[in-house]
Design a protein around this ligand. Structure first.
Ligand code: ATP
Ligand code: ZN
Length: 286
């Protein structure tokens, strides 16, 4: 028995999805190179299906795949019934409304009576209803950003990451209607065996995610400052403190979070810490 996972066959989620599996210690036999549409892991009971991202929610709902990796934007748009298992921290983007730069956008009411081009009619409709705006949704499947320029629409609703595509097409972002990232999703009714495999995979995914957010830190501390230095370090439980060969000094090891990392380093230096080493963590199990 194998757990079947659907991932994007090529595109923005493909590489990160394969990388995540690899970081979870799962080796795929032949990747998705050269048009292979399915493969098996050599060291985990996992079968990988490579699909268009738009099809993944449906396949997971229908149990053709047990689990899948897909952007929250696609999941919401398709409206399929699946479980959201975990946010994966990659594929970050936003679904935004953009209008021609020259327009003076005064708020959602500006959209009243306008024509909006999008590949996300369902999510857009939800937004417009919530804002009590009556606009016409014009569904197109690609190159949405050129629609205003060719007179097809007054505004667009599309995915944005840096905004450079909008800029190049003479548009400006005026509303963010969804912030999205890749999600691990699962079928609602997995067998107990598959549920157990998913749990095993999820445990690994969480360890990988956690490790990315943390760094291992080693430093030398003068003993008289040891207490002050230990107080700066949050650590998983408490830091490891080992005596150095040079008397009066100790080596301190701990784990710090990326977010407050630079503040911690500055405080440590101010307290007399020396020889500070910061090392990436590969997996973190707490
Ligand atoms: P497919 O051929 O699988 O249908 P696609 O062209 O629909 O591919 P991609 O452009 O590869 O899809 O994007 C896949 C997902 O990556 C998006 O649905 C979204 O969740 C995420 N994503 C992240 N950043 C961006 C971005 N800047 N633009 C578009 N999508 C992004
Ligand atoms: Zn797609």
């Amino acid at each position: 028995m194998k757990l079947k996972i659907a991932i994007q066959k090529s595109g923005r989620l493909f590489e990160d999805s394969v990388k995540l599996l690899k970081e979870c210690g799962i080796d795929l036999n032949n990747g998705s190179k050269s048009g292979v549409l399915r493969t098996e892991a050599s060291n985990f009971p996992l079968e990988v299906l490579f699909l268009r991202d738009d099809d993944i929610p449906q396949y997971v709902e229908d149990a053709v795949a047990d689990i899948g990796i897909v952007g929250e934007n696609v999941l919401l748009e398709k409206g399929k019934v699946v479980n959201k298992v975990e946010q994966l921290g990659f594929g970050k983007c936003r679904l935004a409304i953009a209008v021609p730069k020259s327009e003076e956008y005064t708020g959602a009411k500006w959209l009243d009576g306008k024509k909006i081009a999008t590949s996300y009619p369902k999510i857009l409709d939800g937004f417009l209803k919530a804002q009590k705006v009556d606009a016409e949704i014009h569904e197109i499947s690609g190159s949405v950003e050129i629609a205003p320029g060719i007179g097809l629409a007054d505004a667009i609703c599309d995915l944005v990451s840096s905004g450079s595509t909008l800029f190049m097409n003479g548009l400006k972002e005026v509303e963010v209607i969804l912030k999205s990232e890749a999600l691990l999703i699962s079928n609602k009714k997995l067998s107990d065996d598959k549920e157990a495999l998913l749990k095993k995979l999820l445990f690994r995914v969480q360890a990988v995610k956690k490790a990315k957010r943390n760094k291992y830190i080693l430093l030398n501390a003068p003993n008289e400052r040891l207490e002050a230095i230990i107080n700066i370090l949050p650590g998983m439980k408490s830091p490891t403190v080992l005596p150095l060969a040079q008397s009066g000094w100790s080596s301190v090891h701990s784990v710090v979070q990326e977010d407050d990392f630079w503040n911690i380093i500055e405080n440590l230096k101010a307290q007399g810490a020396q020889g500070i080493l910061v090392v990436p963590i590969e997996k973190m199990i707490v």
